[in-house]
Design a protein around this ligand. Structure first.
Ligand code: PTJ
Length: 235
């Protein structure tokens, strides 16, 4: 189903051809993970939900793969925490940005940024460095599913907290992010939404104190161990 959604995304001019390659890599990791949410990913997801709710200026970043696979979930989350969505794509064409924005708006999005970027992330040469001043540029927390390592590093260098969703626990993004959810984008977003609805995390909490007891490297090691353990049991 995910493959079909991506092919439809390409046919609709929403997803880039490179998106299929990225998806193939993700799919391979998902087989190793067992196509489920690992315990370590759920722990990271709980922390991510708490940070998103307590952030002063959270922004949810959307690219061509995320739009094809999980636009409904991104819109639901943006409405739940009252955060804007920002279309921010690596292989930028203005037509694709416009189509992704329209898709999100058709799905019920209230505020979609990214069509007219008016700021640039230092050190990012490619189009992913183009951002909205009132969005990613001044956000304190950025949710960035299927991120690229360069931009993740640049956002962290700007002092932002980055929540990554990436099926590859070894990727540069996973290693640099503040909180790395090693899970499929749609599963992870659904879990975040369920946690926020069910547990109603404290909106007045301090994101730094939430992170004080959180060790992202430990979570990544646990993810790798869960994958390795599963492979040993299967072998
Ligand atoms: O729409 P654009 O132009 O912004 O392009 C988007 C892609 C994803 C093509 C672009 O950002 C890219 O090339 O990304 P990378 O560097 O290939 O990184 C994508 C990461 O997402 C890889 O580590 C994959 O393992 C991971 N991934 C792929 N599918 C999923 C995933 N993670 C979570 N859920 C998935 N369904």
């Amino acid at each position: 189903m995910r493959r079909e959604k991506l092919v439809a995304g390409i046919e609709a001019g929403i997803t880039s051809m490179h998106g299929l390659i990225a998806h193939g890599r993700g799919e391979a990791f998902d087989y190793l993970i067992g196509e489920r949410t690992m315990d370590s990913a759920l722990q990271a997801t709980e922390v991510a939900a708490a940070i998103l709710v307590s952030a002063k200026k959270p922004v949810l970043s959307v690219n061509g793969n995320v739009a094809a696979l999980a636009s409904a979930e991104m819109v639901t989350l943006s409405r739940l925490i009252d955060a804007p969505l920002e279309v921010n794509i690596f292989y930028r064409t203005e037509a694709r940005v416009k189509r992704i924005k329209e898709l999100l708006e058709r799905s019920g999005a209230k505020r979609v940024l990214g069509e007219m970027p008016d700021a640039r992330l230092a050190s990012i040469e490619h189009a992913r460095g183009l951002v909205a001043r009132d969005g990613i540029y001044t956000a304190d927390v950025v949710l960035a599913p299927l991120e690229d390592g360069d931009r993740c590093e640049a956002l962290i260098a700007m002092g932002k907290k980055v929540i990554a969703i990436d099926l590859n626990p070894l990727s540069r993004t996973s290693r640099y992010a503040t909180v790395s959810i090693v899970d499929d984008v749609q599963r992870a977003l659904r879990n975040i939404i369920t946690i926020i609805r069910g547990k109603n995390p404290d909106r007045n909490a301090d994101p730094d104190s939430i992170l004080a007891n959180y060790d992202n490297n430990r979570i990544l090691r646990a993810a790798i161990n869960e994958i390795a353990g599963r492979l040993v049991n299967l072998g």
